[in-house]
Design a protein around this ligand. Structure first.
Ligand SMILES: *Cc1c(COP(=O)(O)O)cnc(C)c1O
Length: 376
């Protein structure tokens, strides 16, 4: 599942095809940075195939670097981690493919439950005790149980636990505003999760492992850490709170597959939105919006070739972009780096996000399936 997806991988000759390389060392360094900020346990969240970096690769690197838990949205994703030999506790929370109590028990996967309905669905199929984290809506209105229904959820969970079908081991919330890096913005959620925790203990359950913070809370607000933090974006070098310099965990490269010179006044690409203003060299990279290059990029977008940056010019096509290399002309097969870890020269995913008016998450999760995957 980390893997090379053999679809229509274009044969471009005797040089490497477009490649997304995952850098496990960077994941390890990012875990170390989080570790230095918190005494709480660290859950490595590897949903969406490890934010596009390969779920198993990222999970293995994070666990080796000290992450004690793993998290995914779905039981099927969690089972893949088990199949890859990962033995630490795993929590899933959306369970879009259904609450498969049997798989949860067989693969020892903890399930987050955010409503009485979800709990009923789980209880119906649970034959032995499934480990459950009660999920409180702490201000997202997207997942989790609203506070007014919390007591009903706890009451039903008590019955389920008495009958040996579930065991409540955790309490979960989600911070809606932590990327603002202002602890005041998290206060309401912190108060709510404390209340919910007291209610769980008053109902006779043991102290639940409590977790609220994601990357932004981990890096910017210790009051949100409780017993565990859930680190996803931070693993691959993204800090939504913009307080901490993390390490980019991937590198996207592509070979130049076509080069030509163009005289001044030459329109480039669909619509001729860019016209050369001088005699220049143009190079084509076999990556387009079908491969995750955002079509919305501004004219500032650039790639690195042999230690210099050159602009992407004209519209992004489905399969190609054109680079204006000015007075330089590069041979067929020369490698261009689209993005990579920050080294002062290589464009970063944060820069690509800025050029496209988006967040770096969408850049890394959007890389298409025909781009080859490797691990450094
Ligand atoms: C995605 C997600 C995380 C990880 O958040 P990051 O900001 O990527 O660290 C944690 N918890 C839940 C419930 C999530 O959906």
């Amino acid at each position: 599942m980390t893997g090379a997806v053999a679809l229509s991988c274009p044969d471009l000759g005797d040089f490497p095809p477009p490649t997304l390389e995952t850098l496990p060392d960077a994941v390890a360094r990012n875990v170390a940075i989080a570790r230095a900020r918190t005494r709480a346990r660290i859950m490595a969240v590897v949903k969406a195939d490890g934010y596009g970096h390969g779920a198993c690769t990222v999970a293995q690197a994070a666990v080796a670097a000290g992450a004690e838990w793993l998290g995914t949205t779905d039981i099927a994703e969690a089972s893949e981690l088990r199949a890859a030999g990962l033995t630490v506790p795993i929590l899933t929370w959306l369970n879009t493919s259904g609450l498969d109590a049997e798989a949860a028990t067989a693969d020892q996967i903890d399930i987050a439950i955010g409503s009485v309905d979800e709990l009923e669905a789980l209880l119906k199929h649970a034959s032995s005790s499934v480990r459950v984290h009660l999920n409180l809506d702490t201000g997202m209105a997207r997942e989790g149980c609203p506070m007014p229904e919390w007591d009903a959820l706890i009451a039903r969970a008590r019955q389920g636990q008495r009958r040996g079908k579930i065991r409540v081991v955790g309490l979960m919330g989600h911070l809606p505003l932590a990327d603002q890096a202002q602890p005041e913005a998290n206060e309401a959620a912190v108060v709510q999760i404390r209340q919910a925790r007291r209610a769980i203990m008053a109902a006779g359950f043991g102290a639940p492992l409590t977790h609220l913070a994601t990357t932004s809370g981990t890096l910017s607000d210790p009051a949100t850490h409780f017993g565990m933090v859930r680190l996803g974006a931070g693993l691959v070098g993204i800090d939504p709170s913009e307080t901490t310099e993390l390490h980019g965990a991937s590198r996207l490269t592509a070979p130049i597959v076509h080069s030509a010179t163009a005289k001044a006044g030459t329109p480039v690409g669909y619509g001729g939105t860019y016209v050369t203003d001088t005699y220049t060299s143009l190079s084509v990279l076999p990556l387009g919006y079908a491969d995750g290059i955002p079509r919305e990029i501004s004219s500032a977008a650039s790639v690195e070739i042999r230690g210099r940056r050159y602009p992407v010019v004209g519209r992004v096509s489905m399969d190609q972009i054109v680079i204006d290399t000015g007075a330089e002309s590069f041979p067929h097969g020369t490698t261009a780096t689209v993005f990579g870890p920050q080294d002062g020269l290589t464009p970063t995913i944060n820069e690509w996000a800025r050029w496209a008016g988006t967040i770096p998450h969408t850049i890394v999760t959007g890389i298409g399936r025909r781009v080859r995957r490797t691990i450094a």
